[in-house]
Design a binder for this molecule. Structure first.
Ligand code: URA
Length: 213
């Protein structure tokens, strides 16, 4: 049964493992955000970027998706280049950066141990991903960062995974909405060359072309 709330509260109790991790982080780092990280950007946007989950020292520390860890450097640089953000990204929640026609959320809102949410946690947190998508009246395109985000979006639409496979640079229509997918812009993927900045930008070029068509 979906929760009565469409957004997780600071003390969301739904995933016991994540609650325990969050409680421990609150003790160790009382000045950090240490709570489900809210979506960033206007609900009126045409584009929704779906990441995996907050990084321990990134979004979990600062309270803004992709802010304060390595993955955010390439993401925000790309958003600025493509006109989806304005200002200067300084990896702080109060750096004044704003998103334009674009919003960022995560498939899982709480930081998971070792950056690895379980299948059950991903399914549980989909109860917040689905209304996040649903509250965007102008939504045209989604960008999934990594296979986990991709398949969580696919499941949110009740689409068949086998008919909607993840592929870097891939695009599927989910009803009226386009789902573009990219390898996750994690430190591991960028350091190993799995994802180059050019490959990442190519995805955003496709999204821009789609919006402009
Ligand atoms: N930070 C996020 O908010 N999400 C990710 O997927 C990675 C880092």
């Amino acid at each position: 049964m979906p929760p009565a709330d469409t957004k997780p509260g600071r003390d969301c109790p739904r995933c016991p493992r994540l609650v325990a991790f969050r409680e421990a982080a609150r003790v160790k780092q009382p000045d950090w955000f240490n709570a489900p990280v809210p979506s960033f950007g206007p609900a009126a946007a045409r584009v929704l970027i779906v990441g995996l989950a907050p990084g321990l020292q990134g979004a979990n520390r600062t309270g803004r998706p992709f802010t304060g860890d390595y993955a955010g450097v390439l993401l925000y640089d790309t958003l600025l280049r493509f006109g989806f953000a304005k200002g200067v990204f300084e990896a702080r929640i109060d750096d004044g950066l704003t998103l334009i026609d674009c919003r960022i959320t995560n498939a899982v809102r709480c930081v998971p141990p070792e950056n690895k949410p379980t299948t059950a946690e991903i399914a549980t947190c989909r109860d917040f991903l689905t209304p996040t998508i649903g509250e965007m009246p102008n939504l045209k395109a989604m960008i999934a960062l990594g296979a986990i985000a991709h398949y969580s979006v696919v499941s949110a639409f009740g689409a068949k995974k086998s008919k909607t496979p993840f592929k870097h640079g891939g695009k599927h229509m989910l009803g009226e909405l386009a789902l573009f997918s990219s390898y996750h812009c994690s430190r591991y993927n960028t350091n190993t060359g799995v994802l180059t900045p050019e490959m990442f930008r190519d995805v955003f070029t496709s999204v821009r072309n789609y919006l402009d068509a």
